[in-house]
Write a new protein. Structure first.
Length: 158
């Protein structure tokens, strides 16, 4: 069995946030890091600074209304502390997307190493190109439904 944790494991740890407030990427990201589940291993301000530093290099918008904010470099050390949080914005925000679409869905990915980050980022990108998954995001289905969909796909890859 593959020891690298997949997107489902990351999301199970980080959960979903509904109706995230903000009118700019900075406001939204501040609201996001301050809305994370209690007990996550990094102070909100440190995570905010790391995510904004990465965002300043280039927009993390993938297109189709989705962005993947993340720190440029690992800011946690324990594999067991890695997480991803899916956030649905209350109002779409201009994220300087290449396709011109405003962003209404974020997937924050926080990893302990590039070895962990890149497969989860790749997997996330794969799912965000699948119409069924995009529809699930648009309909803002439950975390359980998203995890079921992802785990089913992940089980077919191993």
């Amino acid at each position: 069995m593959n020891m690298t944790k997949g997107l489902a494991d990351f999301l199970e740890r980080g959960g979903i946030i509904q109706d995230l407030e903000g009118t700019t990427p900075g406001e939204v990201l501040s609201a996001l890091v301050h809305s994370l589940r209690p007990g996550l291993p990094i102070p909100a301000e440190s995570l905010y600074e790391a995510v904004m530093e990465r965002e300043a290099l280039m927009s993390t918008s993938l297109g189709k209304g989705i962005a993947f904010p993340h720190p440029r470099n690992p800011i946690i050390t324990e594999d067991s502390h890695q997480f991803a949080t899916l956030a649905f914005l209350k109002n779409p925000v201009d994220w300087n997307s290449l396709d011109g679409e405003k962003v209404d869905t974020l997937l924050l990915i926080v990893s302990a190493s590039a070895k962990q980050h890149l497969p989860v980022l790749s997997e996330s990108t794969f799912f965000c190109r699948q119409e069924v998954f995009i529809r699930m995001l648009r309909e803002r289905v439950s975390l359980d439904d998203i995890l079921l969909f992802i785990r089913e796909a992940e089980s077919n890859w191993k």
